[in-house]
Design a binder for this molecule. Structure first.
Ligand code: BTN
Length: 255
């Protein structure tokens, strides 16, 4: 049982499922309570951000979605996304004995490689959130990565040389997710933004390319605004928000 008050109660476990995101959305529509955990040993159609897929091989990784019911305006969702990323990074850091980096909005990195991805999907009414599904994938005991991903993605085992019990990783991550979610609900956006800024090497001074579908802009990261949006200083000196999408290091000579 996870050492949490709400996260992980009740648990809906599956041996194989297409995606815990789809299943969680159905449970949410059936009024499953906040904290409900939909977790699978493998996913056959795991979903990533920006329409990508998430490889979800049986037995080596963690694949779960949590139903949240925060009483917040829809406009606060970006900070909630950061809070969830902080929780996952801290939980992984605890079990590995390493500090994870965070790449905005919420990729979790060890040694510059992505070991965990987070997909946050929100249902909202006119302006308030109805529910949020936070989906977390963690590469734990994978011995290798597919060649197309090996330069950018990794697992806890590859980066540390140790194997981890999936239940132990899950429990640490759930406990830290609950902690940062509570921080956001009780104390608001500022402590979350401050914590993210301290935890992430990407928030300030990194040369990055921000990609959102067809659009790509380059610049140097210049902090987060009060709503959790990443700011970029463009080559001409103007500051622009990155409203959606993802960032990656800007390679010399590119664009
Ligand atoms: C990303 O692209 O970085 C986000 C990946 C999110 C993957 C997780 S695995 C559990 C949950 N179910 C899914 O289909 N996706 C998320």
């Amino acid at each position: 049982m996870p050492p949490t008050r709400r996260f992980g109660y009740p648990v809906f476990p599956y041996t194989s499922i297409d995606s815990t995101m789809r299943e969680a959305a159905e449970w949410a529509e059936r009024n499953a309570p906040e904290g409900s955990l939909i977790i699978a040993d493998e996913q056959t159609a795991g979903r990533g951000r920006l329409g990508r897929s998430w490889i979800s091989e049986r037995g080596v990784g963690l694949y779960f979605s949590i139903i949240l019911r925060p009483d917040i305006p829809a406009a606060s969702a970006p900070v909630l996304t950061l809070a969830i990323g902080l929780g996952v990074a801290r939980g992984i850091g605890e079990v590995c004995g390493r500090q994870c980096d965070l790449r905005w909005p919420n990729d979790v990195l060890l040694n510059e490689k992505k070991v965990s991805g987070i997909l946050v999907e929100m249902e909202s009414g006119r302006d308030r959130v109805r529910h949020v599904i936070a989906g977390v994938g963690i590469n734990v005991n994978n011995s290798g990565m597919p060649p197309s991903l090996a330069e950018i993605a990794s697992s806890l085992k590859i980066e540390t040389g140790c194997e981890f019990l999936l239940d132990v990783v899950r429990d640490h991550v759930l406990a830290q997710m609950e902690r940062y979610y509570g921080m956001f609900l009780e104390r608001g956006a500022k402590p979350v933004i401050d914590a993210f800024t301290r935890a992430s090497s990407y928030v300030r001074g990194r040369r990055v390319v921000a990609e959102n579908g067809e659009q790509r802009i380059q610049g140097v990261t210049a902090g987060l605004d009060p709503s959790g949006v990443l700011l970029l200083e463009r080559p001409g000196g103007t500051i622009e928000p990155v409203l959606a999408g993802s960032v990656r290091p800007w390679v010399d000579g590119e664009i």
